[in-house]
Write a protein that binds this ligand. Structure first.
Ligand SMILES: C[S@@+](CC[C@H](N)C(=O)[O-])C[C@H]1O[C@@H](n2cnc3c(N)ncnc32)[C@H](O)[C@@H]1O
Length: 219
């Protein structure tokens, strides 16, 4: 846990209804969001520094909070670690959407569905997906939404597809890409990444289509 933990709203207990036969049991609503200040491999090599929450919020303000809060604005965090940018943009969007409880369910899923991230390290992807689900569940709890299986299942499905275990911009592989990327199965090292594009109806009826985004893998 690093400094920035103390500045993030921590979640409460995992008390939303979990879907029966949950296909994504690894995506959990956490008691406390998991963010580090820095990290490296098991031997303590290749240290990297993650962005502190104050810098994240300053950057969101500089880009334009109203622009990022628009649920139609598509956001990609390309080397996302534990997903601090995506999680905080989601949190900001949901804070606004809660002002209109009648449209909250469909709009909160739409707000989630236009946020994307890519991370090469599978361990961080798993943490990140739970961080984002925790932000989503904590906001739902504020409106007393606890037991809608269809709603929480769909949120998990969107998070699983949009928060991608993949490699970005490998034309210039760095030491970390080589050290961590070698663990990635060859089938995941695609030249063309596909991004899910979602259409979510007011009744939570949901369609997804994949759109391609080309990038090169280096040798
Ligand atoms: C310095 S961290 C930043 C994480 C987060 N965006 C932040 O600001 O706190 C960089 C992250 O990029 C990941 N990474 C490095 N090369 C990558 C690549 N080619 N594709 C996807 N992720 C990559 C690393 O595993 C690491 O989690």
């Amino acid at each position: 846990m690093g400094d920035r933990d103390s500045k993030i709203d921590h979640g409460s207990s995992n008390d939303v209804l979990l879907p029966v036969n949950d296909p994504f049991p690894e995506i959990q609503c956490l008691d406390v969001l998991e963010y580090s200040q820095s990290g490296g491999d098991e031997e303590g090599n290749n240290y990297q520094v993650f962005t502190p929450i104050t810098v994240v919020n300053d950057m969101i303000d500089k880009i334009g909070r109203d622009y990022l809060d628009d649920i139609k604005t598509t956001v990609l965090e390309p080397t996302s670690g534990e997903g601090i940018f995506v999680a905080n943009i989601l949190k900001s969007r949901l804070n606004k959407l809660r002002m209109n409880p009648a449209t909250y369910k469909a709009n909160s899923l739409r707000a989630l569905s236009t946020l994307y991230s890519i991370e090469i390290d599978e361990r961080l992807v798993i943490i990140q997906r739970s961080n984002i689900y925790t932000v989503f569940c904590n906001s739902s709890k504020e409106l007393g939404i606890l037991d809608d299986e269809q709603y929480f299942s769909l949120a998990k499905k969107i998070i699983h597809e949009n928060i991608m275990w993949a490699a970005f911009n490998m034309t210039e592989p760095n030491i970390l890409s080589i050290e961590v990327g070698y663990k990635m199965p060859p089938t995941k090292k695609k030249k063309v990444l596909e991004f899910p594009v979602w259409t979510i109806g007011d009744d939570l009826d949901c369609k997804m289509k994949m759109e391609e985004f080309e990038h090169e893998w280096g040798q």
